[in-house]
Ligand binder design. Sequence first.
Ligand code: SF4
Length: 214
Amino acid sequence: MNVDNGISPVSARSFPLWQLSRLRMATDGHGVTALVASFGCPLNCKYCINPQSHGADGKFRLVTPEELLKLVEIDNLYYLATGGGIMFGGGEPLLHADFIAEFRKIAPPEWHFYAETSLCVPEGNVLTAAGAIDHFYVDVKDTDAGVFERYTGVNASSTVIDNLSALLALNGPERITVRLPLIPEFNTPASVVRSRARLEDLGVVNFDLFTYKI
Ligand code: SF4
């Protein structure tokens, strides 16, 4: 698939950091986490919650794995005491799967790694990230291809479903939570039910159902 994320080149040594949020609790993941958010996203969701994370005028800085470690290891004791760690978000963090895998190699092994992703990335990125992330939060949006394209501006529903199938086979369903939102003006409660049934057939067991507030 062709992904235009506005960041070129990407590599295992360079991560476009646009937001670092320390000491998060009671959000995603477990324990205390640091949100490490990347710039750039292949989608253009109508109700994007992080519009600063992509687009022509975005602000970010490139960091190496060692520079990122310095920024987040200051909270090491909190991660260890609570079973927390690092949450990669965005934008689309799996565009930087090579970097995440490289970062995991130098981070303390006790840290837990999480990622919030649309899975709208090349399959190779998913395979790389699967070995580095403990738990994925996958924002599927809706399995109806028409709804997905109208909402995101991209015809990529089949890419998301194919990548989710690959991830389920690699990491198992317990390490994946699928987000299925009710999206005002784009889908309906009935289509959310249809999406859930289709995803259960694929093997998904953990769902986060909610309604977008606009
Ligand atoms: S996937 Fe996330 S960051 Fe990308 S456009 Fe959609 S809501 Fe925004």
